[in-house]
Ligand binder design. Sequence first.
Ligand code: MG
Length: 118
Amino acid sequence: MKILSVDDSATMRKIIALALKGAGHSVEEAENGKDALGKLGAGPVDCIVLDINMPEMNGIEFLRERKKNPAIAGIPVVVLTTQDEESLRAEAMSLGARGFVVKPFVKEALLAAISTGT
Ligand SMILES: [Mg+2]
């Protein structure tokens, strides 16, 4: 799969890319929600791995924008965040996220969320 990894931490993007590439996926990267919208405008991806806490446009704001834009509204999103909060999970899911994984993440949990949406 072609996966867009959206996270403001370069270190975290590196860790995510290693995990995903190790499982045979190709990875593109964006630094925040706004950057991600720009990258998605250049070409589609199969899945988005999305941080929540980011400058410029955070993950929740990105999910709202994605919902409004038919060109990208159907791309599955897995949220990957340090914020282990039920209310945040519920909000992300209600905005269309299909998975919610907490950092520090277990590689297998992220890969499972990407392939099955759980
Ligand atoms: Mg962050």
